[in-house]
Design a protein around this ligand. Structure first.
Ligand SMILES: NC(=O)c1ccc[n+]([C@@H]2O[C@H](COP(=O)([O-])OP(=O)(O)OC[C@H]3O[C@@H](n4cnc5c(N)ncnc54)[C@H](O)[C@@H]3O)[C@@H](O)[C@H]2O)c1
Length: 309
């Protein structure tokens, strides 16, 4: 008999099916709801694809039950993970329903990319049960999850959520304040702000930016974070570099005009054939495959290391 508590996932899109797979693969019974019949229909195939990619047993797929209503997905859940579209009003409506439909001990998580958790839960009757859990795409291949506390509101549910995520093989980190973008997206978009400014100023093209990151400091980022790298080279050197370049770094405090112009021109990236760079269907598919193969190989290697020790 399965003694693990029930997990519910709300939204079966890109993130939702991967989150469902993580818990099902760890032995939890999972129910997943999506109002779109097409998304519901695709769940089993997408879960099978993950099992195949990671060369794991198929039983995870069988532990996921696809539900046609929110009520049936959540009425017995101990943890709910919401992965519906990034829209504040939609998320507030979903959490209003979840407050009413879930047991009072159930912990409710939102996978919002950047919306402050306190804005989603503001004024709701169960706001002390609502916490941010920011998974990274694809969630079954990237181990980090940012668990976001809303000061003075949801502190009691942070530790049980971190424990659950650890048991499910994730690497949770605690964001102690509910700032927009949490930790990872603030770091990632600080880098993008400067990258866009360098291209807009004619210092280099977009391809060169990607080469500098992938072939330069990106080579070590997976094993050496920026704080330990600073400690490695010395904070005195870091301070003297900052004294020179900080006054010159871009400090645009809104969408950069160069990015706004690309969007207005309909240059949205791989899906339109042109963004910062030009794309054919073939080379866009090759980039997606390269990323998935790289991440899947690191997950399989980590699993093999665990089996050997
Ligand atoms: N895509 C990413 O890289 C990424 C990374 C981290 C976090 N997120 C966040 O995760 C959330 C989901 O993103 P996604 O990329 O999976 O989106 P998606 O569009 O792929 O999936 C969203 C799913 O939600 C369903 N949905 C619509 N209305 C709903 C409702 N009322 N109740 C339940 N489900 C509903 C849609 O039918 C769709 O299947 C967003 O908040 C997003 O910002 C996305």
């Amino acid at each position: 008999m399965n003694t693990r508590p029930e997990i519910a996932v709300i939204g079966a899109g890109l993130m939702g099916h991967g989150i469902a797979w993580i818990f099902a693969a760890g032995g939890w019974p999972v129910r997943i709801f999506d109002p779109d019949p097409g998304a519901r229909h695709a769940v089993q195939r997408k879960l099978s694809d993950i099992s195949q990619l990671l060369e794991t047993a198929h039983d995870a797929v069988e532990r996921v039950q696809v539900c046609e209503t929110l009520e049936t997905a959540v009425y017995e859940a101990a943890f709910v993970f919401e992965a519906a579209p990034e829209n504040l009003e939609l998320k507030r409506r979903i959490f209003t329903d979840l407050c009413r439909l879930t047991p009072s001990a159930c912990i409710l998580a939102t996978n919002t990319s950047a919306l402050p958790i306190g804005r989603i839960s503001e004024g709701l009757s169960c706001r002390e049960r609502i916490v941010g859990t920011h998974f990274w795409n694809p969630p079954h291949l990237v181990p980090l999850v940012e668990v976001v506390e809303v000061e003075g509101v949801n502190g009691a549910v942070v530790a049980p959520m971190m424990t659950l995520l650890r048991e499910a093989g994730r690497h949770p980190v605690h964001a102690r304040k509910d700032v927009p973008g949490f930790i990872g997206n603030r770091l990632q978009h600080a880098l993008k702000r400067e990258a866009i400014a360098l291209v807009a100023n004619g210092v280099c093209d977009a391809e060169t930016i990607d080469d500098v990151v992938k072939l330069g400091f990106g080579r070590r980022l997976a094993v050496l974070g920026p704080m330990e790298q600073s400690d490695l080279v010395g904070l005195d050197l870091t301070a003297s570099i900052h004294a020179t370049i900080m006054p010159d770094l871009d400090n645009t405090d809104t969408v950069h005009p160069y990015l706004r112009e690309r969007v207005q021109a309909g240059d949205l990236g791989m899906k339109t054939g042109r963004g910062f760079r030009r794309w054919t269907n073939e080379n866009a598919a090759a980039v997606r495959r390269r990323l998935s193969d790289f991440l899947a190989a690191s997950v399989r290697d980590a699993a093999a290391d665990t089996r050997e020790t």
